[in-house]
Ligand binder design. Structure first.
Ligand SMILES: Nc1ncnc2c1ncn2[C@@H]1O[C@H](COP(=O)(O)OP(=O)(O)O)[C@@H](O)[C@H]1O
Ligand SMILES: [Mg+2]
Length: 713
């Protein structure tokens, strides 16, 4: 039951509140006073929608108050009670944004917010009514009271089925039918598969396979037993072969050793024989005594040789010293001869100079005096020439008186005087020329004489030691003679000494050879002893080997390795053959098992399919029952609904229609559709559609509406 409605900015309602109480509540008001707005508000609060909004007759923004003042936001809140609990639902709309907030409360406690859809779902759950049912059965729009009669005939049943949600049964039925058909198809398919399989032949195949598998298995067992026996035999022979191989190997190696020893013995005997030849029948003591003696003598000889060699060295170095001295002296004499010859030549030259020039110092002095005298004469003449030139100059420029004698001077006299002076000047000049020539000659001669003097001085210096050199030459010559004599003597001595040394060395060499020979013989004695010892050792070893060899031969006991090896090879072959047969056998068994398994699998598969078919059959049956149940439920529901509606309508009818022209009202099913009928006084039912009076029609529709609401809500 709705208890309270609050509207804010909701169309013409700025802030309105309505309270409702038990029983019928009515809203009274003039046109445009806002009654419809309240009903729209309630519907919107519950479901977020109302018919005019759904059919787009109005837009949500137009709900928000636009006059007298324009608002941006509207709010609607509805309070109601269900089963003694109070609930409230509120929604807010904003311009251009739609529903911006929704909430649902139970006993004042917030249950759901702010999502509009979720709030609607919560309300539907509590009311157990959805928008569809609310708008068709409970909430009647203005001028839509006769909604039922406006539905075209033949579609009423469908519309009412929708209200009753019987249409859902229809859907379920159709679905069941398709499902049944699909399952039937599947069943047929499976059956086909089952029919294709020949079970009896499959089973026969399996029993055949089992028989042959058993046969093969017992064959395999037999083969395995045989193989085992072969293996045991093989192992035994293998062991024997190994033993024989080892014995043969050691026998061979012993024989090799034996061969080695006998050849070593032969070799040793040979060596012993050759040693005996060297030693002959000398005893060791004899040889050693001889050796000692010889070594002593050799030592003495070597000592003597050493002294002689030292003497020889000394003498030869003395000889070479004399030789050096001699060669030096010879060189010196050669030089002295040259020198003396030179000096003799110079001496002759000096004699020549002295005999041609005389005393050279005096001659040079004389020449020097002459030279001085010539220089004096030259100077005097030069003075006179200068004087004469001056006089000539004066005379030629003067008139009247003589510059010299101050006498009157005539032109003739002047001329005569000038001629005289010119002549004199010429004379002086000639004489100076002559003196100068003499002076030059004298100068050259003086130079030559000076050169000669220098040369003489040099020669005198050179020949100063002439006598000394002569003496030296004589002395050196004598010395060479002396030394040559000594050299001759010493060289003879040296030659003798050399011959003596050579002789002794030869003796020494021979002695050494002899010593070596004796040493060799002495060493052979040792070797001889050793070889003899070795020979007896070898003989012992040979005996030992012989014993060993006969032991092994006894162990072999005439058994043949090759024979045994052939036997083993044969057994190997047999083993391989058996193994091959066994593996072939196993493969066959495996294949047959596989095939058996496949057949069994197939039988299992068929059994499974059969089971499936059975299951499918059951489901199909159940579904058919379900389909029938749906159909009968549908019919039952319609019948019950019609009965309930008719009961409700007739309860209301006397109150709604007190005129008694029609005594009963009923919803009838005719030709698979609903018709609303009225019963007249004569007891005939007339269709409400056909009744002329609009009032009667409206009342009948109102009765139907109220009955619907009562039955459905
Ligand atoms: N958004 C709005 N703002 C203000 N007034 C509105 C708005 N929408 C409709 N109306 C006015 O509100 C009035 C109420 O109309 P309505 O509820 O249908 O009245 P009634 O059902 O009582 O005849 C009308 O006069 C209408 O013009
Ligand atoms: Mg109205």
């Amino acid at each position: 039951m709705i208890t309270r409605v609050k509207l804010k900015n909701w169309r013409s309602h700025l802030d309105s509140e309505f309270k409702f109480s038990r029983g019928t509540n009515a809203l009274f008001g003039g046109m445009g006073s806002g009654k419809t707005s309240v009903l729209n508000g309630i519907c919107f609060a519950f479901f977020g929608n109302f018919p005019d909004l759904q059919s787009k007759k109005v837009k949500l923004d137009e709900i928000i108050m636009n006059k007298p003042v324009e608002k941006n936001k509207a709010e609607v809140e509805v309070f109601f009670e269900v089963n003694g609990k109070t609930y409230s639902v509120k929604r807010i709309i904003e311009k251009g944004k739609g529903t911006t907030y929704s909430e649902f409360r139970e006993e004042g406690k917030l249950i759901e917010a702010p999502n509009s859809q979720r709030v609607t779902e919560a309300v539907e759950k509590v009311l157990k009514i959805d928008y569809e049912l609310f708008t068709r059965a409970i909430y009647s729009e203005q001028n839509a009271l006769d909604y039922f009669l406006t539905i075209p005939k033949g579609q009423r049943m469908k519309k009412i089925d929708e209200l009753l949600m019987i249409d859902k049964f229809e859907e379920a039925r159709a679905n069941a039918k398709t499902l049944i058909n699909r399952l039937l198809d599947r069943k047929i398919e499976k059956q086909k598969l089952i029919d294709q399989v020949d079970l009896t032949s499959l089973e026969k195949n399996i029993s055949d396979l089992i028989f042959s598998i058993n046969q093969l298995s017992s064959e395999k067992e037999k083969l395995e037993k045989e193989l085992k026996e072969i293996l045991i035999k093989k192992r035994k022979i293998e062991e024997e072969v190994n033993e024989l191989r080892k014995l043969n190997e050691s026998l061979e190696s012993l024989k090799r050793e034996q061969k080695g020893i006998s050849s070593a013995m032969e070799e040793t005997i040979k060596v012993i024989k050759s040693l005996e030849e060297v030693i002959k029948d000398r005893t060791k003591e004899e040889v050693e005594k001889l050796l000692e003696e010889l070594e002593k003598r050799a030592k003495e000889l070597e000592k003597d040789l050493k002294i002689k060699k030292e003497d020889y060295e000394k003498l030869s170095s003395f000889v070479s010293e004399i030789k050096t001295k001699l060669s030096f002296l010879k060189e010196k004499i050669k030089e002295l001869e040259k020198d003396i010859e030179n000096k003799l030549k110079l001496k002759n030259e000096l004699e020549g100079i002295r005999s041609s020039v005389g005393n050279l110092e005096e001659v040079i002095e004389e020449r020097k005096c002459l030279y001085e005298k010539l220089i004096g004469e030259e100077k005097e003449l030069e003075g006179r020439i200068k004087e004469t030139r001056e006089i000539i100059e004066k005379l030629s420029s003067v008139t009247g008186k003589c510059p010299v004698c101050d006498s009157t001077l005539t032109e003739d006299k002047k001329k005569k005087l000038l001629e005289e002076r010119e002549k004199l000047l010429e004379e002086f000049k000639n004489r100076v020329e002559e003196i100068r020539k003499n002076k030059g000659e004298n100068e050259t001669r003086l130079k030559e004489l000076e050169e000669l003097r220098k040369k003489v001085e040099r020669i005198v210096f050179e020949i100063k030691d002439f006598d000394f050199k002569q003496e030296e030459y004589e002395k050196s010559k004598k010395e060479i003679d002396d030394l040559s004599k000594i050299l001759e003597e010493k060289e003879k001595e040296l030659k003798e000494l050399k011959e003596e040394i050579e002789k002794k060395e030869k003796v020494n060499e021979e002695m050494k050879e002899k010593i070596n020979e004796l040493k060799l013989i002495s060493s052979k004695f040792e070797d001889y002893e050793k070889r003899k010892e070795r020979l007896s050792e070898l003989m012992k070893e040979a005996k030992h080997l012989e014993v060993k060899i006969s032991e092994i031969e006894e162990k072999i006991g005439g058994r043949n390795l090759i024979e045994r090896e052939n036997e083993l090879r044969k057994l190997f072959g047999e083993e391989k053959e058996k193994e091959g047969k066994i593996s072939e056998n196993s493969k066959l068994i495996e294949e047959k098992e596989q095939r058996k398994k496949e057949y069994e699998e197939k039988i299992k598969q068929v059994a499974k399919e059969k089971e499936e078919v059975k299951k499918l059959e059951k489901i199909i049956n159940d579904l058919k029952i379900f389909e029938l149940a749906l159909k009968s439920t549908q019919e039952e529901m319609r019948r019950e609904f019609v009965e309930a509606v008719n009961y409700e309508m007739n309860k209301l009818w006397p109150t709604l229609y007190p005129y008694r022209d029609f005594i009963e009202i009923k919803l009838n099913i005719e030709e698979g559709d609903y018709v609303l009928q009225l019963k007249d006084r004569a007891g005939n039912f007339i269709n409400a559609d056909g009744i002329a009076s609009g009032g009667e029609r409206s009342v009948a529709c109102l009765a139907l509406r109220i009955a619907f609401a009562r039955v459905l809500a």
